[in-house]
Write a protein that binds this ligand. Sequence first.
Ligand code: SAM
Length: 273
Amino acid sequence: MVRIVAVALLACGAEAFLAPSAQLNTAVRSVAVSRSSALHMSTPVVDKDKEEVTEYFNNNGFERWNKIYSDSDEVNAVQKDIRDGHGQTVDKVLAWIDADGDAAKRTFCDAGCGVGSLTIPLGMRGAKVAASDISKAMTTEAAARTKVALGSDAKRITFQTSDLESLSGSYDTVCCIDVMIHYPTDKMTEMVSKLCSMATNRVIISFAPDTWYYTALKAFGGLFPGPSKTTRAYLHKEEAVIAALKSAGFEVQRTQFTGTNFYFSRLLEATRA
Ligand SMILES: C[S@@+](CC[C@H](N)C(=O)[O-])C[C@H]1O[C@@H](n2cnc3c(N)ncnc32)[C@H](O)[C@@H]1O
């Protein structure tokens, strides 16, 4: 009985955690359908994913995640749980950075910065941060929040609307938190390689882990009616992420895992070997 309840909760959790893609599929279906069928026939899945992700995070997804990544009371219990889980991941990243004690001397890239949940505390520690996101709505919100939080020190933080594949520059530390869920393994590998190419010292990356347990839960979640049926979200094998880091010349130094009822995320810190 306990087991069934736990699985049901976690199955809902898969639906909740993967909700960006689920809602995205619904939100953009009319847009996608109105485009030429040639697009569907010739565009690789990852490009379609990216197009949908951009659309989603500029519209419904922005509304939803802007509330989750805030103190707003307008969240349900699931969203509150996701907020708490995500907050724990950000705290773990900051704990690693604080343990090294010299954030103000380092440069950071926050790729897929969202509303600035990591960028802002980094800025408050005196770091120079180049924050970017595929969604203009996200970067606009992140810049506004940064101005409120940092005042005139906000000038140390730059914002750019860009997918991470198009980024350039060189930073001590490149962070990419909870972005990989939107892309399949081959694309994840390409993204990790890109992130590593911009890091002189370290990358910090998180992803939803592909274990038999979470895969089973995701499949189980698909048995239920509702948006989880159309969820498109990608879990990644930890070995695949580590292999991608390794082939880019990086070695894992620290790992953490955050799992709440509706949020799960594996966090890796890797430095140049
Ligand atoms: C779940 S949110 C996480 C935001 C932020 N990293 C955080 O932890 O608060 C995922 C973010 O990734 C962004 N994103 C998705 N695909 C991206 C890509 N290819 N390049 C840059 N940003 C992307 C989305 O717009 C969204 O803001």
